[in-house]
Design a protein around this ligand. Structure first.
Ligand SMILES: C[S@@+](CC[C@H](N)C(=O)[O-])C[C@H]1O[C@@H](n2cnc3c(N)ncnc32)[C@H](O)[C@@H]1O
Length: 320
């Protein structure tokens, strides 16, 4: 269904070998190296030392990028870790607890740089905070991605689903950024400082009308979001009518950007709740069914979040 091959200046990338319909589970991988919530750079290095030799080779073969700023930060983390690890090693030896191998700051910087360049955030409720995957970490970024990854805690796997139809030969892409609808300048700055590249996707191409229109929509989305947050904080948005209107505007902006996935399904499910609160049961069901359809495509029917959405739809169907 897919192959890993050269993506030109991006390094390697993943490409569709056949037509991949929306909703297809393209990958389902267990982490190669992961950290749990609350763990830090020192834990990444420690975890790397427990990898089997095959997994270590796979990990070290992933791409890396170290900006000067990150280099300084990682060196300081490495030195700190080395110091604390060395002290604890000496302490263990003194207590006869058993020898630990000596850490190596240069190796530490390499490991952390690879980890940071390839790790995906798995969400606040996941058993893992961030993880690197053998093949999924070969997927490049786009601000208008055609796939989305969601961690399935019970399976212990990161699943990548096609969020729209993907043509044969098309590159598979994910969104590396957290913030929804950020302007081009902000996206470029984050991608350059975090990953060392300048994005040239259709939303970033200001020489095309498509790119310029996309930018206008995202700036509008950002402004609306800021205005909405301010109004809520100031107490001027008190009616759920106004909230519903704001949610619907975000939905239109995301759909205009062809951004599908959990961001969009969550908005539809929120709109369903607000409509239900107004007694508009038909509209509520329509929104919940749309949210469920998007969840099916980006999560799969075995995901607990899909099951929650299904329950919301069933409850609304009973109320009709
Ligand atoms: C998670 S890796 C993706 C796979 C990587 N291309 C490889 O060869 O293994 C992230 C790195 O890929 C490259 N990359 C990802 N998306 C890119 C894009 N849209 N344009 C240019 N480079 C990109 C950057 O070098 C980035 O540091």
């Amino acid at each position: 269904m897919h192959e890993i091959k050269s993506a030109g200046l991006k390094g390697l990338g993943v490409f569709a070998k056949t037509f991949i319909p929306r909703g297809t589970r393209i990958f389902s991988e267990a982490p190669l190296l992961a950290i749990s919530p609350g763990q830090n750079a020192g834990d990444i290095y420690s975890a790397s030392r427990s990898l089997s030799s095959d997994d270590r080779r796979r990990f070290l073969g992933l791409s890396t990028h170290v900006t000067n700023e990150l280099k300084i930060m990682r060196w300081s983390q490495a030195v700190w870790y080395t110091l604390t690890h060395t002290l604890s090693s000496l302490f263990r030896r003194e207590k006869g607890i058993g020898a630990m191998s000596w850490p190596n700051p240069k190796e530490h910087v390499t490991i952390i740089s690879i980890f940071r360049n390839n790790a995906f955030n798995l969400g606040a409720s996941s058993a893992f905070q961030q993880a690197v995957f053998p093949k999924i970490s070969r997927i490049n970024h786009s601000c208008v991605p055609n796939a989305q990854g969601n961690f399935h805690d019970e399976l212990g796997r990161f699943n990548i689903h096609a969020t729209r139809d993907i043509e044969t030969g098309e590159e598979l892409t994910l969104n590396y950024l957290q913030e929804l609808g950020a302007a081009r300048e902000v996206r470029q700055e984050r991608l350059m400082s975090g990953y060392g590249f300048s994005c040239e996707c259709t939303a970033c191409d200001m020489s095309s009308s498509k790119g310029r229109d996309s930018e206008k929509r995202r700036v509008k989305m950002h402004e609306e979001l800021a205005k909405y947050v301010e109004e809520v904080a100031g107490g001027s948005v008190q009616s759920s009518e106004a909230e519903l209107e704001a949610v619907q505007r975000f939905i239109r902006l995301l759909e205009g950007e062809r951004i599908a996935g959990r961001e969009l399904s969550s908005l539809y499910l929120e709109a369903a709740k607000l409509n239900e609160g107004h007694g508009k049961l038909k509209e509520a069901l329509h929104c919940a069914e749309r949210g469920l359809e998007i969840d099916r495509d980006c999560l799969g029917i075995d995901h607990p979040l899909y099951q929650n959405s299904l329950k919301a739809v069933d409850d609304l169907r009973r109320l009709q």
